[in-house]
Design a protein around this ligand. Structure first.
Ligand SMILES: [Zn+2]
Length: 251
């Protein structure tokens, strides 16, 4: 058994972050307690859901499911201090990396003007070796590119009307759940709200049909292992990808 690799604390010298993820629930399986930490510090965090997770419940038609899951996500976000949740309306389960996705992400970044963009793991696997999901991979790749597109006035320039400007202010993309994470946020004080935010996805979790799934136990297992790497009781881990050459160091 290898020693757990230590994590460095994330920088917290920013005021606006935008989380862009594929599905309702993606933030709540690990990152939401960190969001609560940051909103408690007075920072603004907004959520963008690329899909509404409408294909996520086997026994519920997508037309009905979309409404249920959007409501659950809005409630879940409010628990961690997030009151802006945008739904981009892309098709759940069949996302493709491409210009349509980059264009929509660039628009969200231009509108919300974050310094930090948070997304989910987009590597082929999780640290456990389990296969990642296709939508996560497509969104993560498109986030990296869409964030850069947002700063270039000659890319998706049709968006730059009614006062909307390019936004090149994103310093870093933080990837939650990445097997390459080297940074972490202490979530000890906000851990319980992370649990509550996951519980808010009631219909989704029930629909998974996992017997005896316990939100707290699940998040504790992950949070404690990550906390050990950061030297605190509970933490969330992120891979940091810098957008600026030379301007930002990694620690
Ligand atoms: Zn997902």
């Amino acid at each position: 058994m290898n020693e757990p690799r230590p994590l460095k604390p994330l920088k917290e010298d920013w005021s606006r972050a935008l989380a862009i993820v594929a599905h309702p629930d993606d933030m709540e399986f690990g990152a939401a307690a960190a969001v609560a930490r940051w909103t408690d510090q007075g920072k603004w965090v907004g959520y963008v859901m690329v899909t509404s997770g409408e294909a996520g419940i086997d026994g519920m038609h997508p037309d009905e499911c979309r409404v249920v899951r959007e409501k659950e996500q809005i409630d879940s976000a409010a628990i961690v201090g997030v009151d802006t949740v945008d739904f981009l309306g892309f098709p759940d389960g069949t996302l493709e990396y491409g210009l349509d996705l980059r264009r929509a992400i660039a628009l969200a970044v231009r509108r919300h003007r974050p310094e930090i963009v948070i997304t989910g793991n987009f590597h082929d696997t999780w640290g456990s070796g389990n296969l990642n999901q296709a939508d996560h991979i497509a969104v993560g790749r498109a986030v990296l590119d869409g964030v850069r597109d947002a700063g270039n006035r000659w890319i998706f320039s049709e968006q730059l009307v009614d006062g909307l400007e390019p936004w090149g202010g994103v310093r870093q993309v933080w990837t939650s759940g990445s097997p390459l994470a080297k940074h972490g946020a202490d979530t000890t004080a906000t851990f319980d709200r992370g649990v509550e935010s996951l519980k808010a996805h009631r219909a989704y979790i029930d629909g998974l049909g996992w017997d005896h799934f316990d939100e707290r136990e699940f998040l504790e297992g992950m949070g404690r292992a990550t906390g050990t790497r950061l030297g605190v009781p509970f933490a969330a881990a992120f891979e940091v990808i810098s957008l600026a050459w030379g301007g930002e160091d990694d620690d």
